[in-house]
Design a protein around this ligand. Structure first.
Ligand code: ADP
Length: 390
C-alpha cells in the first residue's frame, strides 16, 4: 500500500470533516487530539491524545505521518520551525501560518502586497489608541493580535473614554487597532494552494455573523459586482502565492461599496473554515477534500458550484440536549437538507453542527435560507419546542 498517512494536529470539527474525504480517497488520517472527547476522535480511529504545545509530543506524532497539517492555528510557530528544520513535511509551513496566527503580521503583509486594508496601527498603550482614533476617526476596533476567535479578542471602542477603560487589554503586549469599517456585508474568499503552486478559488460567499460567530453562509454572494468578485478572488490567490500558503485558506473580507476595490481584507484563516462548509454539499470539490489534495501536492479539484447556489446554517447548542431526538422531525421537514453534526456535547451557544441546502440559482437564496434555518432550528430547539411554537 502506498497511500499516504495524513496527521492532523487538533481534534475539532475541521479535523473530523477531513475524515470522510480521506476515507473516500483511500488515505489514512490520524489526529493529535486535545482529549478523548473532542469532535474528531469518534470519527478517526487513529486518534491519539497529546498536547500540541509540547515539542516532543508533536515530534512523536509527526514521526509516522507523510504530511502534518492542522485543525487550528495555535501550534507555537517556533515548534513548527523546529519540526520543519528536522525534515517534517508540514503544510501550511510556519512562515505562512504566522499570518493567520498574528493579526499584526497579517496587516503588515497585506499592506506590503498593496491589497486593501482598513486603516490600522500597532499600539502599545491607551494613548496610542486615542491618537489613532483622533486621526482615523472614532469608533475604532481594538484586537488582540494572537489567540482571538469568534469575536473574542475584538472590542469596538466608541471614544477616548472607552479606550481608557480598555487599558487592561495591554497587559499581554502590543495590540492592533483598526478603523471600524462601514461595510455593507461580510464576504469570504476560500482558496487552496498546493506546494507546487497550483491554486484555485471557490466563488466569493456572503457570511453572516451573529454575536461574532459565523451563523450563515450564502454561496455565491448575490449581486456582487463581477469586477469586485474577480478582484476579491484574485486577492485571495495572490495572498496564497505571495505568502507561500499551502492547503486551504479563507480570506475574510468586508464589502465596501464606494472604495476603490469595493472590499477590504479582514483576516486570514489557514485551514478549512466555517465559510467553506457549504462546499461539502454545494461544490464539486469540498474544502476538506481540497485541503488533503493540496497538502499532498495532488492536482486540485474543481471549485465550481454543483447547483447555482448553496446555503450553510450553523446550529448552536440550545434547549435540546438530545440532538438525535430531533432528527426524524428535521429530516421529514426537509428531505433535501443535509445535516452535519460535530459529535459535540450540547452547551448553550456552542457551535455543534451545520445544515447545508443546495439550489439552482441565487434567486433561490432566500428560500434556501428559510429551509436551512428551519431545519437548524428544529435540531437546536428540539422537536417538542418546535411543535409548541409552530
Ligand atoms: P475573530 O478572529 O474573532 O474572528 P475578527 O477580526 O474576524 O475576529 O472580528 C470579528 C468580527 O468583528 C468580524 O467578523 C466583524 O463583524 C467585526 N469586525 C472586525 N474588525 C472590524 C473592523 N475593522 N471594522 C468593522 N467590523 C469589524
Amino acid at each position: 500500500m502506498t497511500f499516504p498517512v495524513i496527521g492532523v494536529v487538533g481534534g475539532g470539527q475541521l479535523a473530523r470533516m477531513m475524515a470522510p474525504a480521506a476515507v473516500a480517497m483511500g488515505f489514512e488520517i490520524r489526529v493529535l487530539a486535545e482529549n478523548e472527547t473532542v469532535s474528531a476522535v469518534s470519527a478517526i480511529p487513529r486518534a491519539q491524545v497529546g498536547d500540541y504545545k509540547e515539542l516532543e509530543t508533536l515530534r512523536r506524532f509527526a514521526r509516522d505521518v507523510d504530511v502534518l497539517t492542522f485543525d487550528h492555528e495555535h501550534v507555537p510557530t517556533r515548534y513548527l520551525e523546529t519540526l520543519q528544520s528536522e525534515g517534517v513535511n508540514l503544510h501550511p509551513g510556519p512562515k505562512a501560518l504566522v499570518h493567520a496566527q498574528d493579526k499584526l503580521v497579517m496587516r503588515a503583509a497585506i499592506e506590503r502586497l498593496g491589497l486593501p486594508n482598513p486603516r490600522w496601527a500597532e499600539v502599545t498603550d491607551v494613548a496610542g489608541v486615542v491618537g489613532f482614533g483622533d486621526t482615523a476617526g472614532w469608533p475604532v476596533v481594538l484586537k488582540t493580535p494572537r489567540g482571538g476567535y469568534d469575536g473574542k479578542g475584538v472590542k469596538v471602542l466608541a471614544d477616548a473614554g472607552e479606550a481608557a477603560a480598555a487599558a487592561d487589554w495591554f497587559d499581554a503586549g502590543a495590540l492592533l487597532v483598526e478603523e471600524k469599517v462601514p461595510f455593507s456585508r461580510e464576504l469570504a474568499v476560500l482558496v487552496a494552494r498546493s506546494p507546487s503552486g497550483e491554486a484555485r478559488a471557490w466563488p466569493v460567499v456572503h457570511t453572516i455573523q451573529v454575536d461574532g460567530v459565523c451563523d450563515e453562509v450564502l454561496a455565491p454572494a448575490a449581486e456582487l459586482p463581477e469586477d469586485v468578485a474577480a478582484a476579491a478572488q484574485a486577492a485571495g490567490l495572490r495572498v496564497a502565492s505571495e505568502l507561500d500558503v499551502t492547503g486551504v485558506m479563507a480570506v475574510e473580507m468586508f464589502e465596501t461599496p464606494g472604495t476603490r476595490e469595493g472590499f477590504m481584507i479582514n483576516e486570514l484563516a489557514m485551514r478549512p473554515h466555517n465559510s467553506g462548509h457549504w462546499t461539502i454539499d454545494g461544490a464539486v470539490t469540498s474544502q476538506f477534500e481540497q485541503h488533503l489534495r493540496a497538502v499532498l501536492d495532488l492536482p486540485l479539484g474543481d471549485t465550481g458550484l454543483i447547483g447555482g447556489a448553496a446555503v450553510m446554517k450553523n446550529f448552536l447548542g440550545g434547549a435540546n440536549d438530545d440532538l438525535y431526538s430531533a432528527y426524524p422531525e428535521a429530516m421529514s421537514t426537509d428531505p433535501g437538507a443535509k445535516v452535519h453534526s460535530y459529535g459535540k456535547s450540547v452547551r448553550p451557544g456552542r457551535k455543534i453542527g451545520h445544515i447545508n441546502v443546495v439550489g439552482q440559482s441565487t434567486a433561490e437564496l432566500a428560500t434556501l435560507r428559510k429551509r436551512a434555518g428551519r431545519v437548524a432550528g428544529i435540531i437546536s430547539t428540539g422537536r417538542q419546542a418546535t411543535q409548541e411554537t409552530s
